[in-house]
Ligand binder design. Structure first.
Ligand code: SAH
Ligand code: TMP
Ligand code: ZN
Length: 404
């Protein structure tokens, strides 16, 4: 394949096999016609970008019945409150500032600007989640962000002080379009701020479940600098985040327009120490994925042999990679509990494990729960004290397969 960033020829270092759409929960009528592609990660030695070889068309993943609503997590609501305040305090220094968010989903971040009376616009292609944002007073346009969208926004609203995003940049294959869009949309001192699951954390924790159809890239500071450099942007700050199992917030501005913080040099050095620029690192990562798979399957088989009922906790998009790569189906996991209505009473992508409302977990708990929503562990452990105290077992696969 050609690298999406630098156009050099590169090849994948492993395959997770046949994969369905990670958020593609199915009704029984849809089971027979499910869409599959091969999930193969690749690392580009030239521009240091981690990416997947094949990505389904965006319209297959983002549409009017998109299953992911950001508001389901209380902790994420707090997180976005903090993110918005930080943007407000640090970067909205001009008069009558204007903020644009890419992938604003149900308005979880922008409502914090709306409440402060700040001019804002969410760009969100999934109509159902955009509708929810509007209910929260968030001005939203149902579109994919790209150079044309940026031009239309400038015509209608003028240039922006900040173009912000979370957990969406890594979804967008055309980063050149994003960089061009940012360049036309932002004022001379405007900032581009985004956070996404971090390659450094994924390598450290073998959290290979970050790799799925939507995540065409897993970024590092090294790769982000290479992506935006040609468009006149430089990294001015880097802020590691605990969200989604380890993320990074990247702050970019036009070269020379703003002070570069010491975090930038520090994290770039740390990434080299961790070998994020070396192909060997990804060979080792492949071996660790294979070990993780063997251990998880063996552990679930042992639960079954011991006669314990096992349920999944959180029908996360990440769990689609684990279940399909490890070949774990309803024979090993009876059902997956999830609080999101649109996922409930459907079947999990690929392996077709029933997804049940949370009430089922509460009223008829299994003996063992597999924590697929491991990135929300703290919130869930708080909530599930009764289950744990009555002897309920938790299986987690990150950073190592184990019973908690
Ligand atoms: N920012 C939210 C939502 C992340 S999910 C959060 O962090 O929780 C990613 C969202 O980005 C989805 O709602 C999806 O519909 C949207 N999206 C995907 N591609 C996009 C694009 N090219 N432009 C704008 N939004 C996009
Ligand atoms: P995420 O890992 O992509 O944020 O998705 C988390 C999923 O887990 C989402 O479908 C909601 C579900 N979930 C629960 O069922 N219970 C919970 O307590 C939490 C925090 C999430
Ligand atoms: Zn490249």
């Amino acid at each position: 394949m050609k690298c999406r960033i630098c156009q050099q020829e590169i090849s994948s270092f492993m395959s997770y096999g046949k994969m369905p759409i990670a958020n593609g929960f199915l009704t029984s009528e849809q089971l027979a016609s499910e869409y599959f592609f091969e999930l193969k990660p690749a690392f580009c030695e030239h521009c240091l970008t981690f990416q997947i070889e094949e990505q389904p068309d965006p319209e297959v993943m983002f549409h009017d019945h998109y299953a992911f609503f950001s508001r389901t997590s209380k902790r994420m609501q707090e997180h976005f409150g903090g993110y918005a305040t930080w943007v407000f305090d640090n970067y909205l220094d001009g008069k009558d500032p204007f903020v644009v968010e890419i992938g604003s989903n149900d308005g979880i971040m922008l409502e914090n600007f709306a409440k402060r009376g700040i001019r804002h616009l969410g760009v969100e292609p999934s109509a159902n989640v955009a509708e929810e944002a509007r209910k929260h007073g968030v001005n939203t346009v149902v579109r994919f962000f790209g150079p044309e969208t940026a031009d239309d926004i400038v015509k209608e609203y003028g240039h922006a002080d900040a173009l912000i995003a979370a957990n969406v940049m890594c979804h967008i294959p055309d980063m050149h379009g994003i960089a061009k869009g940012a360049d036309s949309l932002l004022k001379p001192t405007g900032v581009l701020v985004f956070e996404d699951p971090y390659l450094g954390a994924m390598i450290e924790k073998t959290s290979y479940d970050q790799i799925y159809d939507e995540h065409v890239f897993i970024f590092s500071a090294l790769s982000v600098a290479n992506m935006f450099g040609p468009y006149g942007f430089e990294l001015i700050d880097l802020l590691p985040q605990a969200t989604h199992g380890g993320s990074m917030r990247y702050v970019l501005a036009r070269k020379g327009a703003r002070t570069v913080q010491p975090s930038v040099a520090k994290i770039l050095t740390d990434e080299k120490k961790a070998g994020l620029h070396l192909p060997e690192t990804y060979e080792q990562f492949r071996e660790k994925c294979e070990t993780s798979k063997r251990e998880l399957v063996a552990m679930l088989q042992a639960e079954k042999a011991a006669g314990r009922r096992v349920a999944g906790y959180g029908a996360t998009s990440k769990s689609t990679t684990i279940l399909n790569y490890c070949g774990i189906g309803p024979d090993l996991i009876e059902y997956i509990s999830d609080t999101t209505p649109i996922k409930q009473n459907k079947f999990s992508p690929g392996m077709h494990i029933p997804v049940r409302p949370y009430e089922e977990f509460k009223n008829n708990p299994p003996e063992t729960a597999v924590l697929f929503a491991w990135n929300h562990a703290e919130e869930i452990m708080d909530k599930e004290k009764a289950f744990t105290e009555s002897g309920g077992r938790w299986i987690v696969h990150v950073p190592k397969v184990r019973v908690l």
